[in-house]
Design a protein around this ligand. Structure first.
Ligand code: COA
Length: 201
């Protein structure tokens, strides 16, 4: 449906049902690592669940309420990045992401976030993008920090992960801050130029 080149070796593609098997295998391979940091593993613990997860994300895309893109590296699915929802009343969205361990440290998620942030502000005309992470998740926190987000606060024991409650730290970027930093359109067209209100997405 869409793809967006991040580099010669990496690209984003909208996740579709035909990717379910590859996604499921990737999640299984990274299960132990992901268990430490993400709350959604129970929703993808079978191929059928993974297919349902993709269907729900495609439905969100059709409803203009977010989407999930796979991150492909050297031709193989290597992670995921998403707008978890779009809160149109408050012109806000939230980015979530994860990578397979073998592709960490290459800047893939930072680059993918830049594309989604530009898409949120320049194309969707949103006002705020947020990212939240467990306070102990240093690698994840480094992403919004690298991108110039502001740390806004900590929610105590806000999320239940596999075996514990964790504090979450909230990072936010506002449209005017992004513009002041020289932000430009992503030139990404996620989907087939679907109209939402006055916007083309
Ligand atoms: C969180 C997670 C996606 C971060 O992955 P990551 O590889 O550190 O992040 P990026 O892809 O942005 O890469 C940044 C790294 O690449 C390096 N890098 C190389 N080229 C780069 C470039 N062009 N731009 C930015 N960084 C670059 C950076 O220096 C950094 O490495 P360092 O931490 O060793 O200094 C990953 O650790 C993960 O999936 N963890 C498990 C799931 C998870 O925690 N998800 C988030 C829940 S909130």
């Amino acid at each position: 449906m869409f793809n967006y080149k991040l580099s010669d070796e990496a690209e984003l593609r909208l996740l579709e049902e035909r990717h379910a098997e590859e996604l499921f295998t990737l999640i299984e391979r990274n299960h132990e690592r992901l268990l430490r940091w993400v709350p959604w593993l129970n929703n993808t613990d079978s191929l059928e669940h993974t297919r349902d997860f993709i269907k729900r994300r495609l439905q969100r895309f059709a409803d203009h309420n977010g989407f999930a893109a796979g991150i492909w590296y050297q031709g193989a699915l290597a992670g995921e990045i998403a707008f978890d929802y779009i809160d149109w009343s408050n012109q806000t969205t939230e980015i979530g992401y994860w990578l397979a361990d073998e592709v960490e440290g290459k800047g893939l998620v930072t680059k993918a976030c830049r594309v989604l942030i530009a898409y949120a502000f320049a194309d969707l005309e949103l006002n705020r993008v947020q990212i939240r992470c467990a306070t102990e998740n240093i690698r994840s926190r480094a992403v919004p920090e690298r991108l110039g987000f502001t740390q806004e606060g900590i929610w105590r024991q806000r999320e239940r992960l596999h075996d514990r409650h964790v504090d979450l730290v909230m990072y936010g970027m506002l449209a005017n801050e992004w513009r002041a930093a020289g932000g430009k359109s992503s030139e990404a067209r996620f989907g087939n130029q679907v109209k939402h209100s006055s916007r083309t997405i």
